[in-house]
Design a protein. Structure first.
Length: 178
């Protein structure tokens, strides 16, 4: 190997013999090497394995939604909001953020599961946004009537949390069929 060149990929004997036997011009050799010296493509996890990994993360996300829902609802209760509510929202935000990162790290290659994974990530992003918005409404610097009215309407995460539960249940049913 010469200095400044990439290391050669181990090729099957026949391909190495062909490269060595024929005196190929220097311009052609780099073009032939990838064709003759291919490594097999790595095999990814099967669809059921991908589905299991996705369902496992979604199970945790659905479990984490209950305390997040309670934290958002606590920010919407009448009267002054306690500092404990802010702490709860912060902790639930951290938990959901970690789950969303884990969800995005699931190595899905199946096109259907990639779409499901993206939808679940969007639903978790909504939950995170809802936690942040409830904190902003509950602990505003200049409370006005409109802000207070919006805060009092907070009663939980809402329909996207239900959508995430339904998505998880659908995937779980599909997993039990396989």
């Amino acid at each position: 190997m010469r200095t400044g060149t990439a290391p050669e990929v181990t090729a099957p004997r026949a391909a190495r013999r062909l490269l060595a036997a024929v005196r190929w011009p220097a311009v052609v050799r780099p073009l032939l090497r990838p064709l003759l010296c291919r490594r097999p493509a790595p095999v990814g996890p099967s669809r059921p394995d991908q589905l299991r990994a996705l369902v496992a993360v979604l199970d945790e996300a659905v479990t984490a939604q209950r305390p997040a829902d309670e934290a958002v609802a606590a920010c919407g209760e009448p009267g002054p909001v306690s500092r404990g509510s802010a702490r709860d929202c912060g902790q639930q935000s951290i938990a959901l953020h970690r789950l969303r990162a884990r969800l995005q790290d699931v190595g899905t290659t199946d096109p259907d599961l990639v779409a499901v994974q993206a939808r679940a990530a969007r639903l978790l992003a909504y939950d995170l946004w809802m936690l942040r918005a409830s904190l902003n409404l509950a602990f505003t610097v200049r409370p006005v009537e409109r802000t207070e009215a919006a805060r009092l309407r907070l009663n939980g995460l809402g329909r996207p949390a239900d959508d995430l539960r339904r998505l998880r249940d659908t995937l779980r049913a599909e997993l039990s069929e396989t």
